[in-house]
Design a protein around this ligand. Sequence first.
Ligand code: GLV
Ligand code: MN
Ligand code: MN
Ligand code: MN
Length: 428
Amino acid sequence: IDEPPHSFISNSLSVDAQTLQKQIDELSTFSDTPAPSVTRILYSDKDVLARRYIKNLMGLAGLSVREDAVGNIFGRWEGYELGLPAVATGSHIDAIPYSGKYDGVVGVLGAIEAINALQRSGFKPKRSLEIISFTSEEPTRFGISCLGSRLLAGGEALAKALKTTVDGQNISFLDAARFAGYAKDQDDLSSVFLKKDHYFGFVELHIEQGPILEEEGVSIGIVTAIAAPASIKVDFEGNGGHAGAVLMPHRNDAGLAAAELALAVEKHVLESGSIDTVGTVGILELHPGAINSIPSKSHLEIDTRDTDEKRRNVVIEKIHESAIAIARKRKAILSEFKIINQDPPALSGKSIIEAIEAASKELNLTHKFMISRAYHDSLFMARISPMGMIFIPCYKGYSHRPEEYASTQDMANGVKVLALTLAKLSLQ
Ligand code: GLV
Ligand code: MN
Ligand code: MN
Ligand code: MN
């Protein structure tokens, strides 16, 4: 088979951005909170409907669709050279509470449109092209981020832990998966693992979730590295009691222990001296949660990240020391300090970076190299395949909030770069 020159592909690529926009709007209606916010939690009714929507579009694009035991969805366009490792792309469609329509979704619906555009151009893939819609990139329900890609990349420990993992309502992971039609007759999730080099490369299209591309008027961000994320769960316990009757010297208020730890997180992060170190207490719950009752239990969830793994680990260590010291000082009990994940950063693959850069140049789109401060499924795909990411600008860098927005033009640019990148990798 004669391979068409890349310039032929780039000249004949037409992206249907209107249809893509319409699909993004439609998908956003599968939400548990009212527009413009989107809330789509793993294995909920809305998640199941959204999955059906994606599988239908994959089918319409002529892809063969498969799902694994945790509901990672794969849509495959078979290449003409059978047996070569495929080139994969994809992202996620779950959405944290009260977030927006674009995070993750652009990388799934945009991938389907990239494949459609390649098909319209007459392109024939040599290596197969595969789209992956990953299960639960967001940690909302079970506290585990990038659940699907972590497992794909061979998460033995995670596969084991998921057998006993429950959500906030005490519903087990396996029951929730079965509700959505997955993990049918198996408790063993090792069938999800993919071998190293199963894919020739992995590319993820995503909104930047930061302000740089928009501020600088650059169309395409080429990600060179993804920062190292970690998350921690902490519980304090005290005696609780009557808010009027128990005098101040006799209290061991679990709520104040939590408040003090939240401030300690900020302090330790700032002490790192680097703008790249961040820490957030996004969950802080008090029990029993009554105005006239001293909190007898408190629960915090702490997210901390850095481009430098060692520096982030120092912060985690200091947070731990603070938690112990605060409990001692307040005569409360530190009943749990659990590091849920403590992931290293990932570097993009040279081959993928080069393909994205060449595609951007051929399409006459301005580009810049950047790091991703948010994590993505690419962080875990990097464990089994060379990985790269394409960022597009988003309004004011807003993300994880309802005002998240990317223009149709910027999405069209991103989809074109993705399509051409996939074509190039497919022919290698
Ligand atoms: C993923 O959504 C992240 O928090 O980076
Ligand atoms: Mn997100
Ligand atoms: Mn995302
Ligand atoms: Mn994310």
